[in-house]
Design a protein around this ligand. Structure first.
Ligand SMILES: Nc1ncnc2c1ncn2[C@@H]1O[C@H](COP(=O)(O)OP(=O)(O)O)[C@@H](O)[C@H]1O
Ligand SMILES: [Mg+2]
Length: 259
């Protein structure tokens, strides 16, 4: 069983700007949550606060009964993994070693077979021996996804909290679909929860259970895709001229720009 994540009155200020402004949110076990919002809304900052990489100026994040700041770092690394937007490697390393880095919190526990398994799931097996730095942006993203899945692997599946910052931004159509299908399937188990910053509103609409819309450091809308992805809400917060229709197959909103 995994814990609920609560953030209360989170505020993060830099200079005179409140990048995150008195924000409250709860993330529930087994959910797939998409965090959306215009450029500079504070999505990456919020993800860093929710994962304990940045200390809030005020407010608190609790995972289960304990504040993130009180968690033992090694235990926390077994419970939650984070895929950042940029993952720069400074030295040459085969892709499989990058994935194996995910196993650091679990000394000796069947790491080789887990690494192999997640690389197969994420379509990385052909990249195993290649130098990570020479991979394309999309290939690197898949290797990073394999790394964070291997970090959370216990028994026969990933368990805990997975935070991803724009995990599909460099992926082609096929890999966008494969990646979101995989994450969605893994959250149905339901020992894995996913919170991902997703730029493409249609991907968020198709796969998220719940959408959080951030604007200038505040959560301005949250709910199911049907509740959040409306023309009124999107036009108001993105200032874009959009048309929202219903996907006939699944009833989910389909967002298009007007010409
Ligand atoms: N350390 C910092 N100091 C000052 N401004 C920052 C810092 N980090 C981010 N920002 C600014 O805060 C805003 C939110 O950034 P970010 O969370 O990266 O937005 P998003 O991921 O939604 O595009 C942006 O305007 C960014 O320029
Ligand atoms: Mg960002």
């Amino acid at each position: 069983m995994i814990d609920t994540l609560h953030a209360e009155n989170l505020t993060y200020t830099r200079g005179s700007r409140k990048l995150i402004d008195d924000l409250n949110v709860t993330l529930y076990p087994g959910e797939m949550v998409a965090l959306i919002g215009p450029n500079g809304a504070g999505k990456s900052t919020l993800l860093r606060l929710l994962t304990g990489f940045l200390p809030a100026d005020s407010g608190e994040c609790r995972l289960g009964q304990q504040a993130l700041t009180e968690w033992d770092r090694a235990k926390l690394a077994q419970r939650r993994a984070v895929m950042r937007q940029q993952n720069v490697m400074t030295f040459s390393q085969p892709a499989e070693d990058v994935v194996a880095m995910g196993r650091a919190p679990w000394p000796s526990l069947h790491s080789a077979s887990i690494v192999q398994q997640v690389m197969a799931m994420t379509g990385c097996d052909e990249l195993a021996k290649r130098d990570y730095r020479q991979l394309s942006g999309g290939e690197q993203q898949r290797v990073q996804l394999a790394r964070v899945l291997s970090q959370l692997w216990q028994d026969d599946a990933p368990q805990g909290w997975l935070f991803l910052d724009e995990p599909t931004s460099a992926l082609d159509l096929y890999w966008q679909q494969q990646t979101l299908r995989l994450l969605h399937k893994l959250t149905r188990q339901p020992r894995l929860s996913v919170c991902a910053v997703v730029h493409d509103l249609n991907l968020a609409s198709l796969w998220a259970d719940r959408i959080l819309l951030l604007h200038q450091g505040k959560l301005v809308a949250q709910g199911t895709p049907q509740e959040v992805m409306t023309e009124d809400v999107l036009t108001r917060w993105y200032q874009a001229d959009v048309q929202v229709t219903r996907n006939e197959e699944n009833g989910r909103p389909h967002i298009q720009l007007r010409q």
